[in-house]
Design a protein around this ligand. Structure first.
Ligand SMILES: Cc1ncc(COP(=O)(O)O)c(C=O)c1O
Length: 414
C-alpha cells in the first residue's frame, strides 16, 4: 500500500483550507509543495552552520560538508557515479544558458543545433540564442499533434552529420508526454552530436538514470521535486573540465565549482539533499527495508510513485474525457498510461482556460492556465494566446482530490 496519509502529513501546506475544504494542489508542474524535513534542513543550516566555504573554522567546514553531501545525494538522484559531475545553480534556465554559452564557443556556420516543438522554452531559447550568436543553424523536431508525441520521422530527418547538439525534454510540462530519449540519443550519437536532456518535468515522477539514457548533459530543478528553488546540471566529467565556461579568474578550476559562479545558496543545497532524502524515505517505507542504500531506495520509491500516480491519472483522464466537448491535449488512452506523466492539459470551447482556472481556484483547486513556457507546443497546436488548463498530479495528491476536481470541472462546464 502506498503510504499516502503518512506522506501527506509531512506536507503542512496540504492542511490549508479554502472555504470548507482542504485546498487541492494540482499546480505541481509549476513547483511542488515542500515537506517539513526540507524546511528543517534549511533552517538548521542557516541557524547553525551558515558561512562561506573553504576556511578551517567550524561553520565553514560544516558548509563544505553540506555541499559535498548534497552533491552526493544529487549523484544518487540522477544515477551518476561521480558527484563532481553535479553542478548547482539558481534554476534550470540559468544553467542551460551557461551550458549553451560554453558549448557554442566552438560552433560555426556549418553546424546545426536541434531543438523540439515539445520542449519548454528553457530548453529551446538558450539553444536558439547560442545558434544565433555562433552562426549555427537552428532546426526543430516536429510533433504528432493528435497525441502530442515527438515525430520520430522528423527527428530522423532533422538530425544529420551537420548536427552538433540535440536538446530534448524527458517529459513535456504541458501534455505530460514522456519522450523516447534513448532513441534520440542513439540517433544523435550516430552522427557524433551531443544530447542535452531537460528532465525538469520527469524528475518528480520517475527515476532519472543518466547512465541508462546515455545522454551528455541533463538538467532538473529541485523545486519541482519537493525541494527549494534551485537548478541542477549534470555533465560528463571530461566535458565539464574542458568546456570554456564563463568564470572569474580567481575562481577555482576544480569540478564542479568552476561552473558554480559566485556564492551559492548553501541553504538551498541543504534543502535539496533533504528533498532527495524524502523520496528515499518513501522507497524505504514501501519496500519495508530501512537498510536500502539511497539509490536503491530512490528506485523503490519511484516504482511505487509511478504506480500510484498512474492510478490517479487514469481516473483524471477518464473523468475529464467524459465531459462533453472537453479536449485533452496529449495521450489519453488508458493502455498508453506509461507513455505519459500525470500532467493533464485540456481546453473547452465554452470557456477560456484562464476562466476555468479562476473558477477552479474559487473552489480551492490550484491549477495553471496558459502555455507554461511550452510555447513551441502551444504554437504548433494553434493554442496561442489562450493556452490550456493544466492539472498536475504528484505523489502527495489523493484519489479523493481527483474526484472532487472532476466534479468541479464538470459543474463549471455544464
Ligand atoms: C519542462 C521544464 N523545463 C524547464 C523549466 C524551467 O525550469 P527552471 O524554472 O528551473 O528554470 C520548467 C519549469 O517549469 C519545465 O517545466
Amino acid at each position: 500500500m502506498f503510504p499516502i496519509e503518512k506522506i501527506r502529513s509531512r506536507f503542512p501546506s496540504l492542511e490549508r483550507n479554502i472555504g470548507k475544504r482542504k485546498a487541492v494542489f494540482f499546480d505541481g508542474p509549476g513547483g511542488s509543495q515542500v515537506p517539513t524535513s526540507v524546511t528543517s534542513a534549511m533552517n538548521e543550516y542557516l541557524l547553525r552552520n551558515n558561512a562561506n566555504t573553504g576556511m578551517s573554522f567550524a561553520t565553514s567546514l560544516e558548509t563544505d560538508e553540506v555541499i559535498s553531501e548534497t552533491l552526493r545525494a544529487c549523484a544518487d538522484f540522477i544515477g551518476c557515479e561521480d558527484h563532481r559531475e553535479i553542478v548547482f545553480g539558481q534554476n534550470m534556465t540559468s544553467l542551460n544558458f551557461q551550458l549553451a554559452g560554453a558549448l557554442s564557443r566552438t560552433w560555426g556556420v556549418d553546424d546545426e543545433v536541434v531543438v523540439t516543438r515539445l520542449d519548454h522554452d528553457g530548453n529551446v531559447g538558450p539553444w536558439a540564442l547560442a545558434a544565433e550568436w555562433s552562426g549555427a543553424k537552428l532546426r526543430k523536431i516536429g510533433i504528432n499533434p493528435e497525441d502530442c508525441t515527438l515525430d520520430m520521422e522528423s527527428a530522423n530527418e532533422v538530425i544529420t552529420e551537420r548536427t552538433v547538439l540535440v536538446a530534448v525534454g524527458a517529459a513535456s510540462n504541458l501534455s505530460g508526454t514522456i519522450n523516447d530519449v534513448k532513441k534520440i540519443v542513439e540517433i544523435a550519437h550516430s552522427f557524433g552530436a551531443e544530447v542535452v536532456v531537460d528532465a525538469v518535468h520527469l524528475a518528480p515522477h520517475s527515476l532519472v538514470d543518466v547512465s541508462n539514457l546515455g545522454c551528455d548533459f541533463l538538467l532538473c530543478s529541485p523545486y519541482k521535486f519537493f525541494g527549494p528553488h534551485q537548478g541542477i546540471l549534470w555533465g560528463k566529467k571530461e566535458r565539464l573540465e574542458e568546456l570554456p565556461v564563463a568564470k572569474l579568474r580567481v575562481a577555482t578550476e576544480e569540478l564542479p565549482f568552476r561552473w558554480m559562479t559566485g556564492t551559492q545558496s548553501h541553504e538551498g543545497m541543504a534543502g535539496t539533499k533533504a528533498a532527495i532524502e524524502h523520496i528515499a524515505w518513501i522507497g524505504r517505507e514501501v519496500s519495508g527495508n530501512p537498510e536500502l542504500s539511497r539509490r536503491d531506495a530512490l528506485i523503490s520509491a519511484f516504482g511505487a510513485i509511478e504506480e500510484y500516480e498512474q492510478e490517479l491519472c487514469l481516473r483524471m483522464l477518464e473523468g475529464l474525457g467524459a465531459i462533453e466537448k472537453l479536449k485533452i491535449w496529449g495521450i489519453s488512452e488508458p493502455n498508453r498510461i506509461s507513455e505519459r506523466a500525470p500532467t493533464v492539459s485540456f481546453t473547452h470551447p465554452s470557456m477560456s482556460a484562464k476562466e476555468i482556472a479562476e473558477r477552479l481556484a474559487e473552489k480551492g483547486i490550484f491549477v495553471w492556465a496558459g502555455n507554461f513556457y511550452a510555447l513551441e507546443l502551444t504554437e504548433a497546436l494553434g493554442l496561442e494566446p489562450e493556452g490550456v488548463v493544466r492539472a498536475g498530479v504528484l505523489h502527495y495528491n489523493s484519489m479523493e482530490e481527483v474526484d472532487f476536481f472532476i466534479e468541479a470541472v464538470a459543474s463549471i462546464l455544464s
